[in-house]
Design a protein around this ligand. Structure first.
Ligand SMILES: [Zn+2]
Length: 266
């Protein structure tokens, strides 16, 4: 079996003390490829360095809505420079009405610009969306989209939108966090995702599984938040297999095909 992490943040400083052991342990855990997201200009050089160092790392560069206020005047040129430096995806980008003090107009401008760039270059794109599903759907409907499709990372949108989103080219990525009891609504939505559009992610170091499912525990941060080890990927697959009532092998084969369809060739 081979496992694919559709979305993580391996360059996050919370993982820095463990980076060597994470990379050296990947083979033993059959982790074949991981999409490592950069969320702002400060992130991008470190993501690039990781991708150059390890071919299993697929770099993804983008401006996350939480950080767009920090962007420089030359952010877009800068982004395009990273995109040609190494085969890469675009992300993490998105819309977020949950975060305090959001400026939706600015978010939409930066998101649309990046979506158009992904579409022009036919690059996979990793989309974050919190409490802005209606707007996201409207933008996706009217905007050019990458022919190979796009990824809704940690999809937490309404189940009723899955069909239309799929028709527009969406892949839906399941995080281990949705195994928490209170995430009923999200689990129910994932039962309705077409099997050929399902991806699996850790979003490490965020979105930890419930403690009883964690295989690779790490010490909490000083403020008591769990730190998710990316090798918990296999445990997220197990959760996905339970959720979709399928065998782990069968799920792994399906997710591999899906991953290669959207991220293939990079
Ligand atoms: Zn993320």
């Amino acid at each position: 079996m081979k496992f694919y992490d559709a979305h993580n943040h391996l360059r996050d400083e919370r993982l820095a003390p463990y980076l060597e052991s994470i990379l050296s342990g990947m083979a033993a855990d059959s982790i074949e490829r991981v999409v490592v997201n950069g969320s702002c200009e400060e992130d991008w050089p470190a993501v690039l360095a990781l991708a150059k160092r390890d071919p299993r790392v697929l770099a993804s560069f983008g401006y996350h809505p939480w950080y767009i206020r920090e962007r420089t005047r030359s952010w877009l040129e800068n982004l395009e420079g990273f995109l040609v430096a190494v085969p890469s995806a675009i992300g993490e980008i998105g819309l977020d009405k949950w975060i305090k003090g959001h400026d939706m107009e600015d978010q939409e401008r930066v998101f649309s610009t990046q979506l158009q760039l992904a579409s022009r270059r036919n690059l996979p794109v990793s989309i974050h969306c919190l409490q802005a599903w209606g707007r996201l759907l409207e933008i996706l409907r009217r905007s050019p989209r990458p022919a190979r499709g796009f990824v809704l990372h940690s999809f937490g949108g309404p189940r009723e939108m899955i069909e239309e989103l799929s028709a527009l080219g969406a892949y839906f990525s399941l995080p281990g966090y949705f195994a928490h009891t209170r995430k009923d609504r999200q689990r129910e939505a994932f039962r309705h995702v077409p099997m050929d559009r399902l991806l699996i992610e850790t979003d490490a170091p965020d979105q930890s599984l419930p403690p009883e499912r964690v295989r690779f525990p790490l010490p909490e941060t000083n403020d008591g938040k769990p730190v998710n080890h990316p090798a918990n990927l296999v445990a997220v697959y197990e959760f996905g297999a339970e959720l979709r009532q399928t065998g782990l092998d069968e799920l792994a084969v399906q997710v591999e095909a899906n991953f290669n369809r959207v991220f293939g060739g990079l």
